[in-house]
Design a protein around this ligand. Sequence first.
Ligand code: XMP
Length: 518
Amino acid sequence: MSKKSSQEMIAVLDFGSQYNQLIARRVRENQVYCRLLPFDTTPSELLSLNPKGIILSGGPASLAERGVPLPHRGIFNLGIPILGICYGMQLLGHFMGGRITSTPKREDGKSKLFVDNGEDLFYGLGASLDVWMSHGDKITKVPPGFEVIAHTQDCPAASMRNKSEKLYGVQFHPEVAHTSQGKEIMRNFFFRICGCSGQWTMNSFIDYSLEEIRKKVGKGKVVCALSGGVDSSVTAALVNKAIGQRLGCVFVNHGLLREGEADEVRRTFAEHFHFNLHYVQVRNRFLNRLAGVTDPEKKRKIIGEEFIRVFTEEARKFGQVDFLAQGTLYPDVIESRSAKGGSSAVIKSHHNVGGLPKDMHFKLLEPLRDLFKDEVRILGRELGLPEAIMKRQPFPGPGLAVRIVGEVTRERLRILRQADLRVMEEMRKYGKFSEIWQSFAVLLPIKSVGVMGDERTYEYTIALRIVTSVDAMTADWAKIPYQILEKISNRIINEVKGVNRVVYDISSKPPSTIEWEW
Ligand code: XMP
């Protein structure tokens, strides 16, 4: 990233709103880089990041209570434009000397906003618009130097500004889709008020990342567990571009992968990209350890332990390695110190390589930790990764083992892999990649009676799991056309030996999970 574009950053201070990631999205959609930072980020930390503007997010707290999250007073004196959203606006009112009143009557849902001054924040938006409100407290007296620039029937100060200090507040949520012209309001803040030029692109991110990786790694070596999934593939491609053969990738074929997967990964990364790839085929090791194990947690534990063992053995072959590269994404990193106080920097660890032996103290290299999943896909395409990999659905580390309910055997793996291939093929024909989050087969340990020709059969049941989701935190079963389900079912029953029944899983998450075993 050039010096100029690295300055094009908006800092969002996180006061715990459920919409915070949406704010970050809105910023980046406008080709302006954005970081979500803890609410108590100090003025000097902020200055070191050189943001063009600061957004104070909403949050569940009320200024009428004690011990609520407050920003450092000094951030209001940095001369950097600020936009306070909801609780963020109340903070602005509070610190600048206005009056906040708690009202028993909450305002939740759509409201009509009347624009009193369309000069900057509401430029080009007309006299009134629909906005999304969600608040109990409100500003009943704007601070000295501020003026009201929009109101609703219930909220006389729905937006305020101090034009000369470039301090702005909105009581409603411009980041949510229900605020009809929210995107324009945010754009006005970025471009009219903060003076951003909107030049942040994936290419500038690549330049910046390559520089950062080289700086961080120096002459050192990096190892990466390549699974062939989107995140680890893009991580490896980026690090490889930065330091070439000093990145060693380990691909563990534990025998629990989908049909064709291992070959595809090997072809792509070793033959096409000429990565320093260590491919290890250790199917028997995993299957032997899984023999007779039916408890889902035990299965996962065994796979996790064995994976670390194999990975460690291979990584040692690279000699002295200083860094472990991981595909941690932005949503995996909850950067905020919890809005209720206390530090809660939490990293979801399920797809990271945890539990390495104590003598292997790698430093972490996480070049994707500022990106959302769809941005990672864009990045992967810019780096030249093939569509077959970029369109991959998420696939759990323990692989098909968590999709075989009960014991994992060679025969059951064969059945599941063949059934899953049919699901993949038919879903690929159906398309709708962007709508379907995951679609796969699960092998149930239930046998039931069927007839094939004149013969009675007594075979396994396959459950189809096809879900839509945005982030896997919640998911809905997909309303797939019956013809597609029929095609998948027919193909599995006719073509996969050992299956005579296919059922469709119509449960949502929560209370169910996406995978059948955890
Ligand atoms: P659940 O089953 O919890 O899954 O609804 C949520 C998402 O996480 C994936 N998943 C995993 N990914 N290692 C992974 O890398 C795992 O052990 C694991 N378990 C579940 C799952 O496929 C879904 O996308």
